[in-house]
Design a binder for this molecule. Structure first.
Ligand code: ATP
Ligand code: MG
Length: 572
């Protein structure tokens, strides 16, 4: 039995969102600690992958809080680890934040720009007797850290003089020692109950070129030491991060305490976003890309911001979803269905309706004049009468969906079958009189008659039909490719694998169906990429961001009309 994911959400409200973080900011304003324009947050991505929906939560919070209270939010590339430049990630991060509807304060910031200042502060820590150079190896340091139940062991180098430490640290910086030969450690307490306080490493030696600073540095700062300094140097007031940093917060504060920083930032933690049927770690997403399980970071099945974008999600649907999930201190897994519902509600209101036939079956209206085409009126969006109507062609040759016809209709099947009459959406009643089959006995064409009196969908004699189906007129229709997607993973928590197993074993082998030779009403081909529409009775679709062209239309299925998945899961 699969675990039931957490589906409870607070209703999105039109008013300003409220949560414990926003309450803290409100208090800081009310108490006069900060003026509105002083409120400052930051979003600090490591530029080593594309942004995913979890990052979107952090972005909506960091940028949202700043915007709501009249403050600023910095975009800071957290590039404290040397590595090669990845322009692609760096560019995509900025583009995705803009797409989500946010703008950062001033230029993009880089953690590496603060290396000189961080070094100065480290020297100050040594001068205050709060840091020392340790010659132990990484393994020795790990082995002497102790456990939550046993204290650690002091390093034999812990009591070096300030002068000696200053000299050695300088020489570490100057490149005199090989990788791993020495580290700079904070001098706190090797018996501290919080293991993070047992003389944490502040700097390590790494003779490796950095994407921005080149070979200027061969010592690199560790996260706990660096992050609070970056925040302080930028004037961040509220440093919002995910819960796993809660246990690091006392250290964040300890490092800032002795330094000449007039206004200390406050770190506040909130729970990460987790979604069912997907994975969120960049390392795992990278594997999906590199091992070609998906077409790229923007594959519409990916939980990346651009995957969702290409799938047809709107920036507002993602923002509203984040608002609906809310900001709390409790880790949980949110049902993917919640995200889909947020989008569905929006598209139901906004998306213009069209007709498209994905699995075409030919229909000939034997009593309709050969060569004649008439133009019928169709409502663009019943939810938005102001969007008006359009003209759609009607003629002797039509296409309907294969499954809207059954030669032997099962009970409660109200669509087309021999001798049965149905309504064509925005058109006429038609009746099936005969079927044409191929050599294998497959139905390849229906011979029908239409009732000219039923134009617009009603019979003057008052007779009723039970079924209404969609269709397109053949001679004016355009051929298109339509991609239908299913969940990328077949289990709700694909990360939860037993020892010796790999999350890739949980991939859904059947998550993409490419339908070619679909038939669309003519107006659909000319739409620009990234246009969202409803195909009547079929769902919401979007013209593909990358591949759609009016000569060769490509649509991606965004989401179904109803939450059919919930039903399937219940049944299963
Ligand atoms: P990953 O584990 O996917 O590599 P990360 O935390 O290492 O993620 P960063 O680039 O360091 O990725 O993240 C930038 C910011 O986004 C951080 O402040 C981090 O807390 C936040 N963030 C990352 N994942 C999530 C998530 N699932 N939910 C909410 N915030 C997240
Ligand atoms: Mg990280």
């Amino acid at each position: 039995m699969e675990e039931t994911p957490n589906t409870s959400v607070t209703a999105p409200s039109a008013e300003a969102p409220t949560d414990f973080i926003r309450d803290i900011v409100r208090e800081d304003l009310a108490s006069g600690k900060y003026r509105p324009e002083e409120i400052q947050t930051r979003f600090p991505p490591e530029p080593n992958g594309y942004l995913h929906i979890g990052h979107a939560k952090a972005i909506c919070l960091d940028f949202g809080v700043a915007k709501e209270f009249g403050g600023k939010c910095n975009l800071r590339m957290d590039d404290t680890n040397p590595g090669k430049e990845d322009r692609e990630y760096y560019d995509s991060i900025q583009e995705d934040i803009n797409w989500l509807g946010y703008e950062w304060n001033g230029d993009v910031k880089f953690a590496s720009d603060y290396f000189p200042k961080m070094y100065e502060f480290a020297v100050l820590m040594i001068q205050k007797g709060l840091a020392y150079v340790d010659d132990q190896s990484a393994d020795e340091i790990r082995a002497t850290r102790g456990t939550p139940f046993e204290p650690g062991v002091n390093s034999p180098w812990r009591d070096r003089t300030i002068e000696e430490n200053l000299d050695l640290f300088q020489r570490m910086k100057d490149g005199e020692f090989p990788n791993g030969a020495k580290v700079l450690r904070a001098k706190i307490d090797m018996a501290h109950p919080n293991i993070n306080f047992r003389d944490p490493v502040m700097y390590r030696i790494l003779h490796e070129a950095h994407q921005r600073t080149g070979n200027q540095w061969c010592i690199y700062p560790m996260y706990d030491w660096a992050h609070g300094l970056e925040d302080s140097l930028e004037g961040v007031t509220h440093s919002l991060c995910t819960l796993e940093f809660e246990i690091h917060r006392p250290l964040y504060n300890w490092f800032l305490e002795p330094l000449p920083i007039p206004r200390k930032p406050r770190q506040i933690e909130f729970s990460r976003l987790n979604l069912t049927y997907t994975v969120m770690s960049k390392r795992k997403l990278l594997r999906l890309v590199q091992e070609k399980y998906v077409s790229g970071w923007d594959d519409p099945r990916m939980p990346t911001v651009r995957g969702f974008r290409r799938r047809g999600y709107t920036p507002s649907s993602i923002r509203n979803f984040v608002a609906a999930v809310g900001i709390t201190k409790f880790n949980g897994v949110t049902d993917m269905g919640v995200l889909e519902n947020t989008l569905r509600e929006e598209l139901n209101h906004d998306a213009p309706r069209y007709m498209a036939v994905l699995h075409p079956l030919k229909v000939t209206l034997t009593n309709y004049p050969e060569g004649q085409v008439e133009w019928l009126e169709a409502v663009n969006n019943p939810e938005k009468p102001e969007d008006g109507t359009r003209k759609i062609p009607f003629g002797r040759q039509l296409f309907i969906e294969q499954d809207d016809f059954q030669e032997v209709p099962p009970p409660k099947y109200f669509r087309l079958s021999p001798g049965r009459e149905v309504r064509l959406r925005w058109g006429y009643f038609i009746k099936c009189n005969d079927v044409v089959k191929d050599a294998q006995g497959n139905v390849v064409e229906l011979l029908c008659s239409y009732d000219p009196e039923t134009k617009g969908g009603n019979a003057p004699d008052g007779r009723k039909v039970k079924g209404t189906i969609h269709w397109v007129e053949a001679s004016n229709s355009v051929s298109a490719t339509v991609r239908e997607y299913d969940r990328l993973f077949k289990t709700p928590e694909p990360d939860a694998v037993e020892e010796g197993h790999d999350f890739l074993e949980n991939l859904n082998p059947d998550s993409l169906h490419v339908l070619t030779e679909c038939r669309l009403e003519p107006g659909l081909a000319a739409l620009p990429p990234e246009t969202r529409v409803q195909f009547e009775r079929l769902g919401y679709f979007v013209t593909d961001w990358r591949d759609h062209k009016s000569e060769a239309p490509v649509f991606n299925k965004t989401v179904s009309l109803k939450d059919s998945w919930a039903k399937i899961v219940k049944k299963g």
